[in-house]
Design a protein around this ligand. Structure first.
Ligand SMILES: Cc1cc2nc3c(=O)[nH]c(=O)nc-3n(C[C@H](O)[C@H](O)[C@H](O)COP(=O)(O)O)c2cc1C
Length: 167
């Protein structure tokens, strides 16, 4: 199918699950990618990642990001990808949303998690992006570890819903 709309995937991924999904969506939507990188990296140690990541969410941190190029006017839809941290979206996404007013844009969210309820994370994102139209949402459980056909089908449906919303 020819894709006439332009999408960008803006994401943060600590351990590769969100990146794994972002790359699949990129292929399907022929999208640009913007990987957010905090200047001070979060640790990936088994315990320290929960301590420092959890603390960062609870204290509402907006970590400084490595410089990036982004112009919302270039895009019909902005797809935001995040791991669920402490039932919320991640602090680098918070920084991005505080630096970029997406009012009036169409957006879509996807989240990766280890449990099975991303609803609070999506509620918070919707609240932060009150003046945006939400084209689609997608939540997957650690997809890079499982690589299942079910997850692929959900990614396909997510992309289809975005295309349908924009056309
Ligand atoms: C600091 C921290 C907090 C987390 N909190 C949650 C949570 O509240 N609910 C959940 O289902 N998974 C939680 N997880 C698990 C991640 O959301 C999950 O492993 C996700 O797939 C990681 O994405 P990534 O590999 O792109 O970093 C947490 C992970 C970390 C590091």
């Amino acid at each position: 199918m020819e894709i006439t709309m332009k999408a960008i995937i803006v994401y943060f991924s600590l351990e590769g699950n969100v990146k794994f999904v972002a790359e699949k969506i990129k292929k399907q939507l022929n999208a640009d990618m913007l990987c957010l990188t905090p200047k001070k990296e979060y640790p990936t140690g088994k315990v320290s990642k929960f301590f420092w990541g959890g603390k960062s969410v609870i204290f509402n941190e907006k970590p400084k990001l490595e410089s990036y190029q982004f112009n919302k006017e270039d895009y019909d839809v902005i797809v935001i990808g995040t791991p669920v941290w402490a039932s919320s979206y991640t602090p680098p996404i918070k920084t991005f949303l505080s630096e970029n007013d997406l009012s009036g844009k169409s957006v879509a969210f996807f989240a990766c998690q280890s449990g099975n309820d991303a609803s609070k994370c999506f509620e918070k994102l919707k609240n932060e992006l009150k003046n945006c139209q939400v084209a689609a949402t997608l939540a997957l459980v650690n997809p890079a570890k499982k690589k299942t056909n079910e997850d692929q089908l959900q990614i396909d449906t997510f992309c289809y819903n975005i295309l349908n919303h924009i056309k």
